[in-house]
Design a binder for this molecule. Structure first.
Ligand SMILES: [Zn+2]
Length: 168
């Protein structure tokens, strides 16, 4: 919640802000993604007509499931925003941001920017995908959180080659 009473009395003047904003869990592609409290930093500025422009950056940690191994995954989300909050806007209109009184509610902005900037596939770790593709040949897609020897893909390949040659 941003108090914009000072800004609306001084149109054109920028006021810095830092806000924490809760974001409700969202259903995305059949999965529920939850969020830690978002941190929004930026500047707000009122227009002559009372609309308020809010611009800055959002940071939030998103919690979901790894697209490969389905284990819990958390992804830091960072986004830059610049939006106009219309004083006389229709609050039912999804295409615009609005505010009433002297308070701008950042919940809709935080939610939409966090969701928009989620990665297409959340992964439990950056190299999970590679490892699962490799493991699928062993029909063992569930082991992707185990550490690879030396964390090097060729080390694992080396190990596989050794196993194969042992079986001969
Ligand atoms: Zn994974």
């Amino acid at each position: 919640m941003l108090d914009v009473s000072l800004a609306t009395r001084n149109p054109g003047t920028e006021y810095p802000f830092e806000e924490r904003q809760a974001i409700a869990p969202q259903k995305i592609g059949g999965d529920t993604v939850s969020f830690d409290e978002a941190i929004l930093k930026g500047n707000l500025k009122a227009m002559e007509n009372g609309d308020v422009e809010v611009e800055g950056t959002l940071k939030v940690l998103a919690h979901g499931r790894c697209a490969n191994c389905l284990k819990p995954a958390q992804v830091p989300v960072e986004a830059a925003y610049r939006e106009l909050f219309q004083r006389e806007g229709d609050p039912e209109d999804d295409e615009i941001f609005t505010y009433t009184g002297h308070v701008v509610n950042l919940e809709k902005l935080a939610m939409s920017y966090a969701v928009m900037h989620l990665p297409m596939r959340m992964l439990c770790r950056e190299d999970c995908e590679e490892y699962v593709q490799y493991l699928e040949t062993e029909d063992n897609p569930d082991s992707c959180q185990k550490e690879l020897p030396g964390q090097h893909p060729f080390a694992a390949l080396q190990q596989l080659l050794e196993q194969v040659s042992d079986e001969r």
